[in-house]
Design a protein around this ligand. Structure first.
Ligand code: TYD
Length: 211
C-alpha cells in the first residue's frame, strides 16, 4: 500500500507521517517512511544540489530533471521493493509535488511533466494521497519560524508562487478526487492525526487498524 502526503511547505507533513507510522506499527503493520527529494544515497546527493542556497543559476528544466532523477532512484531502490514485500510505504511528497511546484508554481508544461513523471516512476501511482490543507501564508510563517533553521533555496519564493502551487493542488485533487483526501491542517496535531487515520480507514478498509 503506497500512501503519499502533499501540502504547502510548513503544513506538518513530517509530523503527521511520523504519527501515522507509529499508529500503523502499533497495529502490527510493517511501515517504511521516506521523503522526496532524498531517501536514497543518490537522492540525498541530488537533494543537496537542489537545496543549496548558492545554486542561484539552477535552470528550471535542470531542476525538474533532478527532482525526477531522485524519484526514479527512490522508486527503484526503495519503494517498489518495499511494496513487493507487502509493506506500507508512507512518502513525504511524490510526483504531485512536481506537478504543483514545477507545473503550476513555475508554469512548466503539465503534459510534458506528466510524461517525465511516468518515465521516472515507471507508472507507479499512490493508492491514496493525503493533502494537508493550510493557507500558503500560514505555511510560510510556520516554516520561517522553524527552530531547525532548515531554510533552503527552494523556500526562497514569493507568496504568489505558493498561491499558484496551492491552486495547482486544487486542480489535481479535482481531477482525481477518489485518490485524494483533503484534511484541514491548521488545527492541533492530534486532531489532524485523528482525521488522517479516519481517512485511511474509509479509503482503504482492508488496511484499517483497530477494527
Ligand atoms: P523540504 O525541505 O523537504 O520541504 P517540505 O517540508 O516543504 O516538504 O523541501 C522540499 C521542497 O522541494 C519543497 O519546497 C517542495 C519542493 N519540491 C518540488 O518543487 N518538486 C518536487 O517534485 C518535490 C518532490 C519537491
Amino acid at each position: 500500500m503506497f500512501l503519499t502526503f502533499e501540502g504547502s511547505d510548513g503544513s506538518g507533513k513530517t509530523t503527521q507521517i511520523h504519527l501515522l507510522a507509529q499508529h500503523l506499527r502499533t497495529a502490527g503493520y510493517t511501515v517504511l517512511t521516506t521523503r522526496e527529494p532524498g531517501g536514497t544515497r543518490i537522492g540525498d546527493g541530488i537533494r543537496q544540489l537542489l537545496l543549496d542556497l548558492a545554486h542561484t543559476e539552477m535552470n528550471a528544466r535542470a531542476e525538474t530533471l533532478l527532482f525526477n532523477a531522485a524519484r526514479a532512484q527512490i522508486v527503484a531502490e526503495v519503494i517498489r521493493p518495499a511494496l513487493a514485500a507487502g509493506n506500507i510505504v508512507l512518502c513525504d511528497r511524490f510526483a504531485d509535488s512536481t506537478l504543483a511546484y514545477q507545473g503550476y508554481g513555475h508554469q512548466q508544461d503539465i503534459a510534458e511533466l506528466e510524461r517525465l513523471i511516468a518515465y521516472a516512476t515507471g507508472g507507479l501511482r499512490p493508492d491514496l494521497t493525503i493533502y494537508l490543507d493550510i493557507p500558503p501564508a500560514d505555511g510560510i510563517r510556520r516554516n520561517r519560524g522553524r527552530a531547525d533553521g532548515d531554510w533552503n533555496r527552494l523556500d526562497a519564493q514569493e507568496l504568489s508562487f505558493y498561491q499558484r502551487v496551492e491552486h495547482g493542488y486544487r486542480q489535481l485533487i479535482a481531477q482525481q478526487p477518489h485518490r485524494w483526501t483533503v484534511i484541514d491542517a491548521s488545527r492541533a496535531r492530534q486532531e489532524v492525526h485523528h482525521d488522517v487515520v479516519q481517512a485511511l480507514q474509509q479509503k482503504l478498509p482492508a488496511l484499517a487498524p483497530n477494527r
